[in-house]
Write a new protein. Structure first.
Length: 292
């Protein structure tokens, strides 16, 4: 206010004192310094933006190189692992000669270890493909319920070994646009997880319902549930939670991460509801196809 009052007095120089002029000089110097600071800050901001953009491009290129290297390494490991597992499977049939109990035990260990490693390599290959942006979906419009029925039928064989029953309640829904191989992978991951973390004599419920312009699918188990503080970690890579499989099954820690990436690639959404002691429900939804 003081500065404004002094500026008004400039119209009559006789009213301006030496003290007033000194004050106005300080204000002017301060204003010019402030303008210079604005220019300096603006130049600094432009430089930071340029550096950030350059680093972002460098990180993107390095990430692409990393994915390429991991993909090549995993691909080279996959073929010998398939051979090791295949030969161990063949030896256990004893079609080429009987074995002692000790030999069977050792071959079974080789079969189990090679199977675990093969699953890990396959998951790493999937992650590398998805993160490199080279996940090509061979999607077609069709009834999703048919895929669910096929996957439930296959996973019932595994569930029966733990005396677990799988029920399905599939309502009539419009067709969705999906890649059957990739979404089959999603259903296998969710069902195998439910089996893995469920105890003997429990049930798994699979439901499909229409919801607005979506088809919603849920897989509900009667397992131990997931602590609230760990829910946000579920879809991360190499995630290990405090809960453990009920029969010592192995996990790569990549299955749910891959599952989410596949669902998102289909313009869908996936989420989870769980409470310790009351089981876990995984949901995902897919948009109805235009022809549906």
């Amino acid at each position: 206010m003081e500065t404004i009052r002094l500026l008004e007095k400039l119209s009559d120089p006789d009213q301006i004192s030496r003290q007033d002029l000194d004050h106005l000089k300080k204000v002017l110097v301060s204003f010019l310094a402030s303008e210079r600071d604005k220019g300096t800050r603006f130049d600094l901001l432009k430089k930071l933006i340029r550096n950030y953009s350059r680093k972002e491009i460098e990180l993107f290129e390095l990430n692409q190189l990393k994915n390429k290297f991991i993909g090549m390494a995993a691909h080279d490991l996959r073929n010998p692992l398939i051979s090791i597992k295949g030969f161990s499977d063949l030896l256990l049939t004893e079609d080429y000669g009987s074995m002692t109990d000790t030999q069977k035990e050792f071959i079974s260990m080789i079969q189990s270890s090679s199977g675990t490693m093969l699953n890990l390599v396959n998951d790493i290959l999937d992650i590398a493909v998805i993160e490199s942006g080279k996940l090509l979906l061979k999607a077609e419009s069709g009834p999703f319920g048919q895929l669910i029925k096929e996957k439930v039928k296959m996973n019932r064989i595994i569930a029966e070994k733990k005396c677990i029953t799988i029920h399905q309640d599939l309502q009539k829904c419009p067709d969705v646009f999906f890649d059957s191989d990739r979404m089959g992978q999603v259903m296998d991951n969710l069902l195998s997880n439910a089996i893995k973390f469920s105890g003997q004599g429990t049930k798994i419920n699979v439901e499909m319902t229409p919801f607005k312009n979506l088809v919603k699918v849920s897989v509900c188990d009667e397992g131990p549930g997931i602590p609230a503080e760990e829910l946000d970690q579920l879809f991360g890579e190499f995630t290990k939670l405090s809960i453990t499989p009920t029969a010592g099954e192995k996990s790569t820690g990549l299955g749910l991460s891959i599952t989410k990436k596949i669902v998102v690639a289909h313009n869908g959404k996936i989420w989870v509801e769980s409470e310790p002691g009351n089981g876990t429900i995984f949901f995902f939804s897919l948009p109805v196809s235009k022809s549906g």
